[in-house]
Design a protein around this ligand. Structure first.
Ligand code: GDP
Ligand code: GDP
Length: 452
């Protein structure tokens, strides 16, 4: 589990700017898929070795009666589920009624709130932000998100109280006995059930699919106490393999039909993705690909989880509609060449059985041992086929490669000036490794280390 940090504030105070600074991940190679929506509202932050989930709750404006009521609802839910709230105000614009409205909301929730005065660059921060004391939220943390000023200090204060409750938030140390760590990690992974998360927007058919999967199997169900942000974990045996189904739709919590409509929770979905080994992303054939689908997809790819795509509600569509949909999927999802795509009907059960073949394949790909000599060999072949371009007149020299982790497979390449390799060349390497290792269903990460 990772802690959740919510960014709150009226439009234009600098939430996206802070968001981008916090999520500016070094794993750009994996994150940087053309075609994914740039305007993400939630993301994995890896800030100064600390990992957390950050949610930009743009929908809350302080005037919740307006047309954006539904968006505000989602935002309020996200705030409710956050471990820490950063409430941003604009030190240049000064205190506005909408700030007061949001502060009133926040005070009613029992949340840890940090009041953050942004844009203090080039102004007298102390005097310009003094008026925000009247919001009654205590100390004012001054930052300039655009320039990074004050952000480290703020995050240090916001995150350090969480480190005990969330031991996972400290990023793995980068150097050291990485090959050994990878080996240990692999052993752990191979001895545990496959954690499979079923995720997707509201109404795509997650509960129907979960029920369909469970209906075919004997299951022992634990009803675990929890809040809205907790998923339900359902152990499941299928073809002699053990799974833990991470049910974000809350199927097994529903005691009565009247409870059937459970609130869709972004935070729950993100936590489930973080926890899973394999993610099954359900898309609604009747709706086509939406920005929210792409957003979720971006999050899954960033998290490095294995991925299987299911286009649900494939029943009762005309051939024309199906063809058109396939073209749209090709156009908008073509860049995710590593994930299997299934057309299913959860309602009728069509295609559901085959999903598990892809789940197993994806998991196996993500947890297959790759040794140093094989990886180095592939790396050399890639280098022979296509030399890295010169950097400042010198040729980049890759020396050897070894495994740095699994699920996702991490390939660590050592060499001279490897940091200078272009993104195009890195992408070429990734595809080369993918083909050579025959990896399907999981992203691959490549890390570069200067020297040997
Ligand atoms: P959001 O609507 O809350 O997400 O706000 P944005 O992040 O889009 O920022 C709104 C505007 O404020 C943009 O023009 C930013 O460039 C600007 N801005 C954000 N942070 C700072 C800052 O630290 N200093 C200054 N001077 N401008 C900033
Ligand atoms: P969730 O919010 O993602 O859990 O979605 P539900 O499983 O509650 O399904 C939402 C609606 O879509 C319900 O009315 C389902 O009966 C319907 N539905 C789910 N799967 C299918 C399917 O394969 N075909 C059709 N036609 N409808 C489906």
């Amino acid at each position: 589990m990772l802690p959740v940090v919510a960014l709150v504030g009226r439009p234009n105070v600098g939430k996206s700017t802070l968001f981008n600074r916090l999520t500016n991940s070094r794993d750009a190679l994996v994150a940087d898929y053309p075609g994914l929506t740039r305007d993400r509202k939630y993301g994995q932050a890896n800030f100064e070795q600390q990992q957390f989930i950050v949610v930009d709750t743009g929908g809350i404006t302080g005037d919740e009666a307006g047309i954006d009521a539904e968006m505000a609802q989602q935002s309020l839910l996200a705030i409710d589920e956050a471990d820490v709230v950063l409430f941003l105000v604009d030190a240049r614009a000064g205190l506005l009624p909408a700030d007061q409205g949001i502060a009133d909301h926040l005070r009613r929730l029992d949340k840890t709130v940090f009041l953050v005065a942004n844009k203090v660059d080039g102004i007298d921060g102390d005097s310009e932000s003094a008026e925000f004391y009247s919001l009654g939220l205590g100390h004012i943390h001054q930052i300039a998100a655009a320039h990074g000023r004050g952000v480290s200090q703020l995050m240090e204060k916001a995150l350090s109280p969480l480190s005990e409750a969330f031991p996972d938030m400290l990023a793995q140390p980068e150097q050291g006995h990485q090959e050994l760590d990878a080996e240990e990690q692999l052993e752990r992974l191979q001895n545990l059930p496959i954690k499979l998360a079923i995720v997707g927007k509201p109404n795509v058919g997650k509960s129907t699919l979960t029920n369909r999967i469970l209906g075919e199997e004997r299951v022992v169900v634990y009803d675990m106490p929890g809040t809205t942000r907790d998923s339900v974990y359902i152990p499941l045996t299928r073809d002699e393999r053990e799974y833990i189904l991470i049910d974000t739709a809350g199927v097994r919590k529903r005691k009565k039909v009247s409870e059937a409509v459970e609130k869709f929770s972004i935070v729950k979905t993100l936590q489930a993705i973080e926890e899973a080994n394999v993610v099954l992303l359900v898309i609604d054939a009747r709706e086509g690909i939406s920005d929210q689908d792409l957003s979720l997809l971006g999050f899954i790819i960033n998290s490095g989880r294995s991925l299987v795509l299911a286009v649900n509600k494939w029943d009762g569509l005309s051939t024309d509609v199906k063809d058109e949909l396939k073209r749209e999927l090709d156009r908008r999802l073509g860049f995710i060449d590593f994930a299997r795509l299934h057309f299913i009907s959860a309602l009728h059960g069509t295609g559901v059985g085959n999903l598990f073949e892809s789940v197993v394949e994806a998991y196996s790909s993500a947890t297959r041992r790759v040794n140093t000599s094989l990886l180095t060999q592939i790396m050399e072949m890639a280098q022979d086929d296509h030399q890295p371009p010169l950097v400042r007149g010198r040729r980049v020299k890759m020396k050897y490669a070894h495994a740095g982790g699994y699920n996702p497979p991490v390939i660590v390449i050592h060499g001279n000036q490897v940091d200078d390799l272009s993104n195009a060349y890195k992408r070429y390497l990734m595809n080369y490794f993918r083909k050579a290792l025959n990896v399907m269903g999981t992203p691959i990460k490549i890390e570069f280390r200067e020297g040997s």
